[in-house]
Design a protein around this ligand. Structure first.
Ligand code: IPE
Ligand code: IPE
Ligand code: MG
Length: 246
């Protein structure tokens, strides 16, 4: 069902400094097999584990995974509850993997609508991995790109109101510092699974010069070979950043 691209030799792979992934298609994966949508979310965890380990192993510095968007709150309550329970489980069960791979976990998103139990597990995992020197793993939960920009603008506005910031000093670097996790480098590569050609409100500020790679397989079928194929495609791109190609 899922086509598996040939395995690339990791040594020869171009490795982006920072990667972002829209992990899409869990529901379709499940429905096409006659399962409930939640089964797709459950199966997606294996793909998360494999992707995190492989990115860490290859030396990716920042990986941001879109797990739950601001707009996903509009899904049926039952799916939201199951997803939150799954996230909690993930946050506890993956601690060993994160520690083994020296990964530092960070939450990317708003905290307000998350329940106390998810927040507790999130905070514990973030604290536990805080000293890890390896890859920064941003988990985007209750995340919206526009919300992030609004939140950053509000924080800057407060600084100006309180007389701590001259508006004339607001530039791109200053603005970026107010985003949720400025310590994660802007993605060089944005991968989306399940074939959709849209960004769905993900990292709107940060992806301004990211290379886009759309993979047809649904997220539960995403394996390291697909990651390698995305990196290989990335390596073939000519990045110009608005200038003339060399
Ligand atoms: C992505 O899979 C996971 C989340 C958004 C939480 P979907 O649940 O969006 O799966 P499809 O797109 O309906 O197949
Ligand atoms: C984006 O996928 C959000 C996540 C992967 C968490 P969606 O499935 O919510 O996006 P749309 O609705 O297809 O744009
Ligand atoms: Mg979807």
């Amino acid at each position: 069902m899922s086509e598996r691209p040939r395995v690339e030799s990791p040594a020869a792979l171009p490795v982006p400094r920072s990667v972002a992934i829209i992990m899409d298609g869990n529901g379709r994966w499940a429905r096409s097999r006659g399962f409930e949508r939640i089964r797709g979310h459950e199966r997606g965890i294996q793909a998360v584990r494999e992707t995190v380990e492989e990115c860490a192993r290859l030396g990716v510095q920042g990986l941001t995974l879109y797990a739950f968007s601001e707009e996903n709150w509009s899904r049926p309550q039952r799916e939201i509850d199951l997803l939150m329970r799954l996230l909690e489980r993930f946050l506890v069960e993956e601690r060993a993997t994160l520690m083994d791979n020296r990964v530092k976990l960070l939450h990317v998103g708003r905290r307000e609508r998350l329940g106390p139990s998810v927040l507790q597990k999130l905070d514990e995992s973030v604290a536990m991995t805080a000293g890890n020197p390896g890859m920064r793993l941003g988990l985007a939960i209750s995340y919206g790109g526009r919300a992030e920009i609004v939140d950053a603008a509000r924080r800057l506005a407060r600084e100006v109101r309180d007389g701590r910031l001259d508006p004339e000093l607001i530039d791109e670097a200053r603005f970026r510092e107010q985003l949720y996790r400025p310590e994660i480098p802007d993605p060089d590569l944005l991968i989306r699974t399940a074939g959709e050609m849209r960004v769905s409100n993900f990292l709107l500020w940060q992806i301004s010069y990211a290379e886009l790679h759309v993979e047809t397989v649904c997220w539960p079928d995403f394996r390291k070979e697909h990651l390698h194929a995305a990196f290989r495609a990335f390596g073939g791109r000519v990045r110009k950043f608005g200038a003339v190609a060399p």
